[in-house]
Write a protein that binds this ligand. Structure first.
Ligand SMILES: Cc1ncc(COP(=O)(O)O)c(C=O)c1O
Length: 380
């Protein structure tokens, strides 16, 4: 469906939200009538069904994906002074989550083809203080589970997955959220499974970790007014639980639609390879859930990524950059002591990547319009 300007939006949420509006409206009215706005019945039901969809036993709804990482890491036993490996090429919330848990993020460069954390480089970053790795299943593609498990086992590290972009993603028969000791998800509205506001979840198979997260998210109180742990207030609200519970049964279909759109993009983009335009490599076939469809644009003279993005915008095609500045060069994190040049692949990707319009429901004609216009710009 084209929007009313005949242009291609980067994301169109109405496509998934509108058909469900009356069901969501009636579920929300139920919550309002009952008044159990925080961690109510729909949250508990959604926690159970989302954990089950991930292939684990426990799900704990929290206020955001960032909190899921922070509280989840603490529940896994990460302590202040511990070092935690994270990719330099991720959304900054991964780094923030580690810092909020009190630990020290140690950044690792990514593989230039997949944009995912490079585990050979991660090996070089391991010290006596390293306690965990937070692999990020970036753009909807999982980091290789077997390699990840071997790496963690060899170095005696905890795996905590940042699965904020990977709801129901799979690789080597494993679900995102099921390979780590625990994992964090985000339900930010534009995620593959999005709420009508902020939301997140920690999932795990471990009952003690589940209990810890339940306590941490609720002022550290396993029972009312008894504060056993140092906690915070980060609870999924019932209205969001109601929305997410209604959307969850559609997620697999929506992910399949994204995957089919991505296959078409792959096909249409083939002739652009000679102009230096190539998609980020998919190593997982069907298991990639394409939260984002990202291309790598090799600069050719003045035809660099920024130029291409501007030209596309003028033609009515919205694109994004995920992300324009790598974590180690963000001003707020200069205290970590990194410099330009420390993570060359991440730096290169940040200058060259472009995310094309992608959402379940994007039509073939729109995909073609995006690629035709891209072709006109780079082929000039
Ligand atoms: C990779 C990654 N990690 C963590 C987060 C944080 O999630 P939230 O925005 O719900 O705090 C996001 C989402 O924006 C993300 O993309």
């Amino acid at each position: 469906m084209e929007n009313n300007l005949g242009k291609v939006p980067f994301v169109d949420l109405s496509w998934q939200n509108n058909p469900l509006l009356s069901e969501i409206d009636s579920a929300m009215r139920d919550v309002v009538r009952r008044g159990d706005f925080i961690l109510g019945a729909e949250v508990r039901e959604f926690e159970e069904s989302f954990a089950q969809a991930c292939g684990v036993r426990y799900g704990m709804g929290v206020g955001s994906g960032t909190d899921a990482i922070a509280l989840g890491l603490r529940a896994c036993g990460i302590l202040p002074e511990d070092e935690v490996l994270v990719p330099a090429n991720t959304f900054i919330a991964t780094v923030i989550g580690v810092i909020l848990a009190g630990a020290k993020p140690v950044l690792v460069d990514c593989d230039i083809n997949t944009a995912l954390i490079d585990l050979e480089l991660a090996q070089k970053a391991v010290t006596k203080k390293t306690k965990a790795i937070v692999p990020v299943h970036l753009y909807g593609q999982m980091v290789c589970p077997n390699q990840l498990k071997n790496f963690a086992q060899n170095n005696n590290l905890i795996i905590f997955e940042d699965a904020a972009q990977a709801h129901l993603a799979q690789r080597e028969g494993k679900n995102a959220g099921s390979i780590g000791l625990a994992s964090g998800f985000s339900f930010y509205p534009s995620k593959n499974l999005g709420a009508f506001g902020n939301g997140g979840m920690v999932v795990t198979d471990n009952p003690e970790i589940a209990q810890k997260v339940r306590s941490f998210r609720n002022y550290g109180a396993p029972k009312k007014y008894y504060h056993q742990d140092y906690g915070t207030n980060s609870r999924l609200n019932t209205l969001q639980g109601a929305v997410l519970k209604i959307k969850l049964p559609y997620l697999e279909t929506w992910n399949n639609w994204r995957n089919q759109a991505a296959k078409k993009y792959d096909h249409y983009l083939q002739p652009l390879a000679e102009y230096g335009v190539t998609p980020i490599k998919n190593m997982t076939q069907k298991g990639h859930i394409y939260h984002l469809y990202v291309i790598n644009v090799k600069p050719q003279g003045s035809h660099n990524r920024d130029y291409i993005q501007k030209e596309l915008a003028q033609l009515g095609i919205e694109t994004g950059i995920h992300y324009p500045i790598p974590c180690h060069l963000q001003p707020a994190y200069s205290f970590l002591g990194y410099r330009r040049g420390d993570f060359p692949n991440s730096e290169k990707l940040c200058s060259n990547i472009l995310s094309l319009p992608m959402y379940p429901g994007i039509e073939d004609s729109q995909l073609q319009l995006v690629v035709d216009n891209l072709f006109k710009i780079v082929g000039k």
